[in-house]
Design a protein around this ligand. Structure first.
Ligand code: NAD
Ligand code: ZN
Length: 372
């Protein structure tokens, strides 16, 4: 079975297809949305080894002319240098306006390819084939694209919506377990934002889903994509509501920045810990019942995600312990800070997230200290 979700954004709409065997059928699924039967696949070396041949075969079968660009795997690929390389190789190969880029990979490939599509010839169409759980439930939906700079992550980019998203459950089989779990943290996030029934379902089904049950995975990806698509449809440019998707991320980004990207902590792990802290802060400020925060912590911990800074050891970058003041200063440099105030996503309980700008940094500092 293939589930289809429509994402509608004013005058534009596109489908997210979720199911098994989608890469093998990709040519046929993609063809109807192509402006002309030509595509350039952008991927990384891990995917090139494992899933690119099947995609290429299916494009050939569907009569779509194609070539592939293979980049190094890892966050460092989201750079000006690699963007330039991709654009250069696109132009060198004689690209036309009607050519479609196909991103086969995780969030790194999706963000870079989407941005290359946004700016090359002032805008090419692109298609997402997300291959990590994180990319399937988060980065491939919503149209944010971009790269990192020496001054920070995701500071250069644009909104550019894909023409189609194909989330194939089969590719997740080759995803390292640690990457899968990191993506699972973002799945849990949707329950915590506004879907308590989904969170309860995850408490029950999470272990089997993580162990590999494909139907449960498909269901979780579907619910997550629908949640994100609904929020994005209401607030494409993040004027307000969309900021709820940052639950756990203000803390999480600070942990990542401090640990050094590609270091001892990957994004979803930082978000898991960040969500625990956001709930603790909500309890601390009198918004959230302690039992709800305890459930959040218990579920993430049971799944094997980190729920305390101590659990992830020292700071991998400095080799030293964590420092609460440094973490707070990272939060102050977040893109979401305005007029010197951090917007925190807090919760009145599971499934009741809200935005709060009135948080004293002393409180945040004190909370961080209790987790060191
Ligand atoms: P990633 O793209 O680096 O992939 C993680 C690793 O898994 C890589 O080594 C990759 O080669 C490998 N891999 C991917 N799919 C595989 C598969 N099926 N089998 C085997 N190996 C596979 O990381 P990610 O977690 O997918 O994405 C992280 C990026 O996404 C970050 O740069 C983040 O900023 C971005 N992001 C963007 C948005 C957005 O809205 N655009 C949202 C969330 C995150
Ligand atoms: Zn995230």
């Amino acid at each position: 079975t293939i589930d289809t979700l429509e994402v509608s954004l004013g005058d534009r709409a596109y489908d997210i297809k979720i199911g098994s065997g989608l890469i093998a059928q990709a040519g046929g699924l993609i063809k109807p949305v192509l402006r002309q039967p030509s595509a350039v696949v952008v991927t990384d070396e891990n995917l090139a080894a494992q899933h690119l041949p099947a995609l290429e075969a299916s494009l050939t079968d569907a009569g779509i002319a194609h070539r592939s660009l293979v980049l190094p795997a890892g966050e460092a690929t989201k750079s000006f240098a690699k963007l330039e390389e991709v654009i250069d190789r696109l132009l060198e190969g004689g690209i036309e306006r009607g050519t479609t880029l196909v991103a086969l990979g995780g969030g790194v490939i999706g963000d870079l390819t989407g941005f290359a599509a946004a700016v090359t010839l002032r805008g090419l169409d692109f298609i997402q084939i997300p291959t990590t759980l994180l990319a399937q439930v988060d980065s491939s939906v919503g149209g944010k694209t971009g790269i990192n700079t020496a001054r920070g992550k995701n500071l250069v980019g644009s909104f550019h919506q894909p023409r189609l998203v194909l989330a194939d459950m089969d590719v997740l089989e080759t995803l390292p377990q640690r990457e899968f779990l990191a993506g699972y943290a973002e799945v849990v996030k949707y329950g915590l934002i506004n879907d308590p029934v989904f969170f309860t379902w995850l408490e029950e089904k999470g272990p089997a889903l993580i162990a590999g049950d494909r139907d449960l995975r498909r269901e979780a990806v579907l619910v997550s994509c629908r949640a994100k698509a609904d929020i994005v449809a209401q607030d494409e440019r993040e004027a307000g509501l969309r900021a709820l998707l940052n639950l756990g991320h203000t803390f999480g980004h600070a942990f990542e920045a401090e640990a050094g990207y590609g270091g001892g902590l990957i994004h979803g792990e930082a978000v898991a810990l960040g969500m625990v802290m956001a709930f603790d802060l909500s309890v601390e400020m009198g918004f959230c019942p302690p039992d709800d925060a305890a459930r959040v912590r218990a579920h993430l911990q049971a799944c094997g995600l980190p729920v305390a800074l101590t659990a992830i050891g020292g700071n991998a970058r400095t080799g030293a312990g964590w420092n609460s003041a440094t973490l707070v200063s990272h939060m102050m440099r977040d893109k979401k800070v305005s007029e010197g105030r951090i917007t925190f996503v807090l919760a009145r309980g599971i499934g009741k997230a809200f935005l709060e700008r009135d948080v004293e940094l002393e409180r945040v500092d004190a909370l961080l200290k209790t987790s060191l």
